[in-house]
Design a protein around this ligand. Structure first.
Ligand code: SF4
Length: 477
């Protein structure tokens, strides 16, 4: 057995160097082991010559490297062995990463997805508490991520809170930002973080006031906010009581007659909102302003039955924009695009295509959820051409602000919203279409279509085509 010693659990460069040497020395997967040790530098228990620079000639697809960077953050013990097995197999099977039905490939994608989800949860559930040190005010958060995503996720907090001095403490390590430099420090324990502050009350008040008992879906709530995170969320202390009172509060809400609207105020507000959204020449100057204006939009009737308008999400400077049809049930409640089942399919396909979801601006052709009730469920209804046309104004505004180089449309409604004409997606799929402003469009199917294909073989084939389309879009960038 050849053993490589790595510097730490997330030492990707160390793993890469050692794995390359092992593969070049012809060590089969069952004979290679990776251990974590202090001061490790890719040492082996037997003398294993490292390849000279001109020997290190084999290459692997970039999609494998990107995937491996995420998989190594997974907490599973055998992740390094899984990656080495894939690395060795790529020698004889160069197209292996495209075979999503292969057990090793599927397992690696699943673990990368878990890591991505853990990173997303960290962004959503880190709660800073106020503290102070010799240099003044400092914000400190304690968080226990499901996987080792601290270094991957810390840059998000730098972008989000660039002017705050903050630290995120975790059992894996700590990230600290002093306004200029992001640094990483050794692991911490819960008692090193402040216990409580007055911001706690803010979170509780905010959560209690936004909790709608009539919309309570316990399963969906626990899937979005898993119980493992509750102990570090101030607002989570309210959940059991709010859930217990939900039925009674709902009955009381139903029984209470609707209050008389303050007619004068309602009229004034509606006029201001309408005027603002329709004002000749009104152009939102940033995405926040656009989001606020969408909430006031009355260009078509879809706002009436939706919880809120759902605008696009992603970096303002994204080079790739992805346009879907409209928010679904979960997106309508969350106020964010692509967080439901179709979003999960899209996330996995993007990862497979070697595209970071965080680099993409995702949005919809129509900003309000069109649906019809069936029992307790709200069933998706396709927007009409008129509604798509009315909402195109907002999609154009997003394009003006983000200025993407490539826009991928998912499904016919998205293509109609972008191009302003009816499109047979099956005919034009995968072709680049010039948009006149220097950007290109690429048409493909909606991920919800993949979810509806009944047979596994068909589903796999269509999924591969979908990933291929995303790769084409990436190549256009
Ligand atoms: Fe306005 Fe679009 Fe909502 Fe219609 S769907 S009300 S056009 S934002």
């Amino acid at each position: 057995m050849r053993v490589a010693v790595l510097d730490g659990e997330t030492d990707f460069d160390g793993w890469r160097t050692a794995a390359r040497a092992l593969r070049m020395a012809g060590v089969p997967p069952g004979q290679a082991a990776f251990r974590i040790g202090s001061g490790g530098d890719g040492l082996f228990d037997e003398s294993l010559p490292l390849p000279a620079a001109d020997q290190a000639s084999f290459s692997v697809p970039k999609s494998f490297i990107d995937l491996a960077r995420d998989v190594i953050l997974h907490r599973s013990e055998d992740r390094l062995d899984l990656l080495y097995r894939l690395l060795c197999r790529l020698g004889d099977e160069p197209e292996l990463m495209k075979v999503v039905t292969d057990a090793d490939v599927a397992e690696a994608f699943e673990r990368a997805k878990n890591v991505s989800r853990a990173s997303h949860k960290m962004k959503a559930f880190v709660r800073f508490r106020q503290a102070a040190d010799d240099n003044g005010e400092r914000w400190v958060a304690w968080f226990e991520p499901a996987h080792r995503v601290l270094e991957k996720t810390a840059p998000f907090f730098v972008r989000r809170f660039p002017t705050m001095r903050w630290s995120v403490l975790t059992p894996d390590g700590c990230a600290a930002w002093d306004g200029e430099t992001l640094s990483f420090e050794p692991p911490a324990t819960r008692d090193m973080a402040p216990a409580e502050d007055e911001v706690e009350d803010f979170w509780k008040t905010y959560y209690a006031s936004t909790f709608n008992p009539a919309r309570l879906k316990t399963k969906a709530m626990q899937s979005e906010m898993p119980k493992r995170y509750w102990k570090n969320l101030p607002e989570a202390a309210l959940i059991p009581e709010l859930v217990a009172q939900a039925a009674v509060r709902t009955e009381a809400m139903v029984a209470t007659p609707a209050p008389e609207p303050n007619a004068r105020l309602a009229k004034t507000l509606s006029r201001i909102n309408r005027d603002r959204a329709f004002e000749e020449g009104f152009k939102p100057s940033n995405l926040t302003e656009l989001d606020q204006a969408v909430q006031a939009c009355r260009r078509c009737p879809l706002w009436r039955d939706a919880t809120q308008g759902v605008c696009g999400e992603g970096p303002r400077s994204a080079r790739l924009m992805i346009v879907g049809e409209q928010p679904g049930d979960q997106e309508d409640l969350a106020g964010r695009p692509f967080v439901g089942p179709a979003g999960q399919v899209l996330d996995a396909a993007l990862a497979e295509a070697g595209i970071e979801r965080e680099d993409v601006f995702v949005t919809n052709a129509v900003k309000h959820f069109k649906h019809e009730p069936q029992g307790k469920r709200r069933l998706h209804k396709t927007p009409t051409a008129g509604e798509v046309s009315a909402c195109r104004w907002w999609l154009d505004a997003e394009r003006r602000l983000v200025k993407p180089k490539v826009i991928v449309t998912l499904g016919g409604t998205a293509a109609l919203g972008l191009l302003g004409r009816k499109v047979a997606v099956t005919k034009e799929r995968g072709q680049a279409v010039e948009l006149g402003d220097g950007a290109k469009a690429l048409l493909t199917v909606h991920p919800s279509y993949l979810l509806r294909i009944p047979d596994e073989a068909g589903k796999t084939a269509e999924r591969e085509r979908f990933v291929k389309d995303l790769k084409r879009a990436k190549a256009l960038l």
